[in-house]
Design a protein around this ligand. Structure first.
Ligand SMILES: [Zn+2]
Length: 286
């Protein structure tokens, strides 16, 4: 307990040093690590309306790497423009979302194949299964999921997985079809499901809910997950972490989740960030 508290203090100290560094100095030799948001929707209408501010906030908080998740053609076009402006900061993911599965046409899948063949994507996703809202088109979701995994295989692209109330089907499909690296985004499954997911070539990404007071499973999962398999994300504009809960989420807030991970792992924030950075880079090396 005392130990955890001292890590929190250390995290706070590091964070204030980072602020100091950003404002006053070009570099600070002791603090080299950056925060990484491995899943954010900054080109959705909501955040893109104030994109300069969103990027400035991220910069102030030392969030140097972001994976932009795009759910439609317009979001992808915007992300490509941003990547042109800041090639070292952004990676891009695009895929047809399971909730939209009924509307996805053959032409849409051809479009996905085309952008993959043009080398525009770093990750394919988010794709997966969501039975939470509506169970009436599970088979259509599964069909779209499998087709997109096959496209990812064809172009050797890692896949970002959305899995909600559908763990069994999602894992079964991945086991049978996935051949590339898997990122389980905003993981909220049980410990058993996480252990099964870890047997695959995968990373487990944690988001704001792990900071919520009533969330027991998230912290348990973080404690049980090997550090070299963990990622931090916001899923902005959704799911802002404590102490920003209830606000519109943005990549700048990923530090609260990363610091929570360090606290639960009982390691210095700096070490945690360095490992998350390595894990993130590993996505693009495979
Ligand atoms: Zn998302």
């Amino acid at each position: 307990m005392v130990l955890s508290f001292s890590w929190v203090l250390m995290g706070m100290l590091e964070s204030s040093l980072k602020g100091f560094r950003n404002k006053e100095h070009g570099s600070f030799p002791f603090i080299a690590s950056m925060y990484i948001d491995s899943h954010c929707h900054i080109t959705c209408d909501q955040l893109y309306d104030r994109i300069d501010e969103v990027i400035a906030h991220a910069q102030e908080q030392n969030v140097d790497q972001m994976l932009i998740m795009c759910l439609n053609r317009e979001e992808l076009e915007r992300a490509l423009k941003l990547k042109e402006q800041y090639p070292d900061r952004f990676k891009i993911a695009f895929g047809w979302f399971c909730g939209d599965a009924r509307d996805v046409t053959e032409e849409d899948l051809d479009y996905l194949r085309q952008v993959c063949s043009q080398g525009k994507l770093d990750v394919l996703g988010e794709i997966g299964l969501d039975y939470y809202w509506d169970k009436s088109f599970n088979d259509i979701q599964k069909d779209l999921f499998i087709k997109q995994i096959e496209i990812a295989n064809e172009f050797s692209l890692p896949i970002s997985i959305h899995m909600r109330d559908a763990s069994r089907d999602t894992l079964d499909i991945l086991k049978e079809h996935a051949k590339t690296k898997i990122i389980f985004h905003c993981f909220s499954g049980s410990l058993e499901i996480m252990k099964e997911a870890l047997k695959m070539n995968s990373l487990i990404s944690f988001a704001g809910p792990v900071t919520y007071k009533n969330n027991k499973t998230g912290p348990e999962n973080i404690k049980a997950c090997p550090l070299d398999r963990i990622l931090s994300e916001t899923d902005a504009p959704y799911l802002a972490p404590v102490p920003k809960r209830g606000k519109e989420n943005e990549p700048a807030f990923v530090r609260y989740t990363a610091e929570k991970i360090a606290e639960l792992k009982e390691i210095p924030v700096q070490d945690c960030l360095e490992q998350i950075e390595k894990n993130y880079q590993s996505i693009f090396e495979s």
